[in-house]
Design a protein around this ligand. Structure first.
Ligand code: G1P
Length: 290
């Protein structure tokens, strides 16, 4: 039986240059979709998938993330005095339990693989999830929960995948696919950001992973890949054959919130899901479609 998944790593050290000037003094992971920061969506998704320990790999200027997942005495006290029990309960609902949230720093921007490797001592010798907060998924069942269901049956490594247009392969980690039942694709190879002409398929990894701790041994070599960075995809590629490895075509819609249009799209899609907002938002959309 596969070991239970209890820990998740959130690489949040990136500079967010694509969202300047908003991200000059604010972490990009704190950008709100409707009224909730991207990182909170990721943490809630992890919690809904059974994750108990939350490991953040941060960097300079990311203190707002630590504050967000901490009690704010002044705010709590004000809410109590003003009798705003609902707002208070909502704040407490998603707060990680004491001692269950951990922070380490990626001191140099050497790539996603390096960021994950920085969390090795906090993860230890157990499977773990990685969630990239830029990738936001709107779905009935949270994306990571869908992956955990596969992991509990198959063990090994599981990544969330979706088909992308051929000209976009150079933005993603791309799968070379073995057996494929339309939902689960066996990973036979992995290439980080290939040119369309070299891409083994158009099935790309979005920012959700369930990985075995062996990946740290492969990251340890610090070999450089695409863009001169230490790539998580390259370390995962070295695990192929050592155990089950599947790409899950998850149910749901993924938004690339690292991209401005993708971010606005996510805001509209999430607002349209809300009873308190959908009519108003629909009117705005209609006004612009004329
Ligand atoms: C990272 C990974 C890539 C993956 C992508 C998903 O790339 O390296 O394999 O497909 O996230 O968003 P980045 O977006 O950090 O360039």
């Amino acid at each position: 039986m596969s070991k239970t998944l209890r820990k998740a790593v959130f690489p949040v050290g990136g500079l967010g240059t694509r969202f300047l000037p908003a991200t000059k003094s604010m972490p990009k992971e704190m950008l709100p979709v409707v009224d909730k920061p991207l990182i909170q969506y990721a943490v809630e998704e992890a919690a809904a998938a059974g994750i108990e320990e939350f490991i953040f790999v941060t960097g300079r200027g990311k203190a707002a993330i630590e504050d967000h997942f901490d009690y704010s005495y002044e705010l709590q006290d004000t809410l109590i005095r003003r009798d705003k029990t609902e707002a208070l309960e909502e704040l407490n609902r998603w707060m990680p339990k004491a001692g269950k949230v951990m922070y380490t720093r990626q001191q140099e921007p050497l790539g996603l693989g390096h960021a994950v490797w920085c969390a090795r001592h906090l993860v230890g010798d157990e499977p773990f999830a990685v969630l990239l907060a830029d990738d936001l998924v709107l779905s009935q069942t949270p994306c990571l929960k869908q992956m955990v269901d596969v992991y509990d049956r198959q063990g090994g490594n599981v990544v969330a995948v979706m088909d992308v247009p051929l000209e976009h392969t150079k933005r993603y980690g791309i799968l070379d696919v073995g057996s494929d039942d339309g939902k689960l694709a066996e990973v036979r190879g992995l290439v980080e950001k290939p040119d369309p002409k070299d891409a083994p398929s158009t099935l790309s990894i979005i920012g959700r992973y369930i990985l075995q701790a062996d990946v740290f041994d492969h990251l340890e070599t610090r070999s450089l890949g695409a863009g001169g960075e230490i790539q998580l995809t390259d370390a995962m590629a070295r695990m192929i054959g050592a155990g089950p490895f599947f790409g899950l075509r998850f149910e749901g819609t993924r938004f690339d919130c690292g991209d401005k249009v993708g971010f606005l799209h996510a805001n509209l899609a999430f607002a349209l899901e809300r009873d308190d907002m959908k009519d108003g938002v629909r009117k705005v959309i209609d006004a612009y479609s004329r």
